[in-house]
Design a protein around this ligand. Structure first.
Ligand SMILES: *Cc1c(COP(=O)(O)O)cnc(C)c1O
Length: 361
């Protein structure tokens, strides 16, 4: 028998239909690949006639869609990535979910999609993670990846903003992200984002557009591209789907956000805060390929790494710009190693959460 009950929150009723049995019985949560397995439940809500309704947590299951569904054609689709962790005493925490909630609605506005109310996003996520709490792996470097997303659902292939949308949250337990030091190709032909475009929003289309250039870089023996600006291919933006940091002398430099071409990463913000705490001067500003080569040649370029929820801190061992190759001995790096340790300490509950980042279930 399915158990059905209703939970009242501030402004929204979330209907909960529990799965009859848990898939967890048949699997181990150790070393599972990223994004492949999903928990027992999901959250689903519909936007119709200007309001959100049918907010429901129910067994993870396929969706029935029509071929004419608008998002399949015109790509009004956005998402977020958040992680939940288990502390040594078994308590469950979500890392900075409110920041992702705020960013989700920034993305929604740029894509001409409705905002999702805070209680549906935050309380819905809390209830869903609570229900599937046993899916949060307890092993080191493991976590539960939370994927909120929204897409247009009108059955109409005319080009206009959809009148109906679906908001969903699914959960995926994940083992250590494959995190070997990366070889990076500095991209000078293709562009990820231009001023006035959609680079600051976490929409599905940005990812689709990055796949061809990334495949070209892979063919040339590189893991990812370092994106540069659309006009001169001179100002550095992001590395793959991560924000990028350069340790130059005793400063940490990361590209500034004012052009709207860079995704304001929650990990980026966390790294800035922790690096400052570690005593480094952190500067958000424009940085060029020429400067990068100069500081590499002078020996001032100490460390280069990417930041993002999925991979956390990813070290870069090689950068190729035109015919110039910059190589690094990542084994000797101190700043990124300490940054990663401090960040992980907070997330796994082994260090004090002095910034108030952990949201307890
Ligand atoms: C999601 C994303 C990031 C990282 O953001 P986090 O909040 O740290 O996960 C960076 N760049 C792009 C393009 C992204 O989509």
């Amino acid at each position: 028998m399915q158990q059905i009950y209703l939970v009242m929150t501030a402004a929204v009723d979330i209907n909960v239909i529990k799965a009859e049995s848990s898939k967890l019985k048949e699997m181990s949560l150790e070393n599972i690949p990223f994004g492949k397995y999903f928990t027992d439940h999901m959250l689903e809500a519909d936007y119709e006639n200007g309001e959100w309704k049918n907010v429901e947590i129910k067994p993870y299951q396929p969706l029935v869609i029509e071929p004419s569904m608008a998002s399949l054609h015109y790509g009004q689709a956005i998402f977020e990535g958040i992680k939940a962790y288990k502390s040594p005493n078994g308590d469950a925490f979500i890392f900075r979910p409110k920041d992702n909630y705020n960013r989700f609605n920034v993305s929604a506005e740029r894509m001409q999609m409705p905002a999702v109310p805070e209680d549906i996003f935050m309380e819905g996520m809390r209830m869903l993670v609570e229900l599937d709490k046993s899916w949060i792996p307890g092993h080191t470097d493991h976590s539960l990846y939370i994927r909120p997303f929204m897409f247009s659902t009108d059955h109409l292939i005319g080009v206009r903003p959809s009148e109906t949308y679906k908001f969903m949250i699914i959960l995926s337990p994940t083992g250590p992200y494959y995190n070997a030091p990366m070889k990076i190709y500095v991209e000078e032909k293709y562009t990820r984002a231009a001023p006035g475009g959609v680079g600051f929003s976490k929409n599905a289309g940005n990812y689709a557009a990055s796949m061809y250039p990334t495949a070209m870089a892979r063919k040339a023996g590189y893991d990812q591209v370092l994106w540069t600006d659309a006009f001169e291919h001179k100002y550095l933006q992001e590395v793959g789907t991560m924000n990028v940091f350069f340790i130059i002398g005793n400063k940490a430099i990361t590209p500034s956000l004012e052009d709207g071409t860079i995704l304001a990463g929650v990990t980026r913000d966390s790294a800035i805060t922790i690096l400052k705490k570690m005593g480094l001067e952190v500067v958000e500003r424009k940085i060029t390929t020429d400067e990068l080569i100069d500081v590499y040649k002078s020996g001032e370029l100490k460390e280069v790494f990417g930041t993002g929820t999925a991979a956390t801190i990813s070290l870069i061992k090689e950068l190729k710009y035109k015919d110039f190759i910059m190589e690094f001995n990542v084994d000797s790096w101190k700043v990124s190693t300490e940054l990663k340790e401090r960040l992980n300490g907070i997330r796994y509950g082994t260090a004090t959460d002095e910034f108030g980042w952990m949201y307890k279930l």
